[in-house]
Design a binder for this molecule. Sequence first.
Ligand code: NAD
Ligand code: UDP
Length: 317
Amino acid sequence: MARIRVLVTGGAGFIGSHLCDRLVEAGADVLCLDNFLTGSKKNVEHLFGKPNFELLRHDVVEPILLEPDRIYNLACPSAPVHYRKNAVKTVKTNVMGAIHMLGMAKRTKARLLQASASEVYGSPPADAGPIAESYRGRVNPIGLRACYNEGKRVAETLVRDYRIQNRVDARIARIFNTFGPRMAPDDGRVVSTFIVAALKGEPLAVHGDGSQKRSFCYVSDMVEGLLRLMEAPAPEGPVNMGNPGEVSILQLAEMIIALSGSKSEIRFAPLPGEDTPGRRPDISLARELLSWEPGVGLEEGLKRTIAWFQDNGLDDC
Ligand code: NAD
Ligand code: UDP
């Protein structure tokens, strides 16, 4: 039987490279497509030489003809420092990338999974509690994060419209904060930034008073959820994917210092504009449709991530 052909756009990035690992291991023919804007060949070089892995430098903003059976459309800078620096490109990547990949899925009858983000919810009120897919969001179309938030919202709209108008078999994963090995050390995201600072013995800069909360999902759990969502019958609407556990940023800083045996101190810094007080997923739908929930706790995930940064991740800092 022919091997299933899987296209992973953004495959040389953090989540994409772990997804490529799982797909290669499962025996799929994997084509990893990336323009290396924020990802790196280093993230997938261990797969070079495998007969079922190929790497293609390409920008999803440009059209391309390929014949996959599955398309994971992950291409998009996901860290605020990266997408703010490349704001117009981020909108184009989300919109043109979704159009080209959905068009490809229409032509080849491939299944498609669109990586969306919890940022489509914008900044919910502090007392909103866990966010379900039915929440419409509170997004500023001209705000600091708009290129990313609105880009993801349009990509979701395109998925909906290609489903209805062209019967494309597409689904949407609304991904919440994810962490693990291969996060870029300079991406400004809180887990990587704190770990790098702790390992270097430098102060950890907690924004505001650190009472804002986040929910962090370990990358292997996220990849398992994405694989299940791709293989399940496509739900009509988006599916939240994340870890519903919650931690304050101050607690996170304390945990990372303790787990890395660091002598770093905590310093408080101003809260950046549009920082959201909390963002926690309600994953009832994923539990029901995919029998999926995260299994790696925050402490265990942090230990693995710290170990990876100790072995690999400080080279570029
Ligand atoms: P990442 O930046 O590590 O990976 C994104 C990859 O896409 C990179 O390899 C980058 O080079 C590539 N890319 C960017 N623009 C491209 C373009 N125009 N053409 C081709 N390739 C391009 O980010 P990540 O954390 O791995 O995120 C993967 C996906 O998951 C993204 O769509 C992101 O929005 C989504 N997501 C991630 C998180 C998270 O916490 N990591 C949270 C919500 C959503
Ligand atoms: N944060 C922080 N120090 C840092 C980086 C981030 O206190 O060095 C805070 C940030 O202000 C936010 C939280 O950690 O409140 C999560 O930030 P991140 O950029 O990782 O994700 P997002 O805000 O998109 O959820």
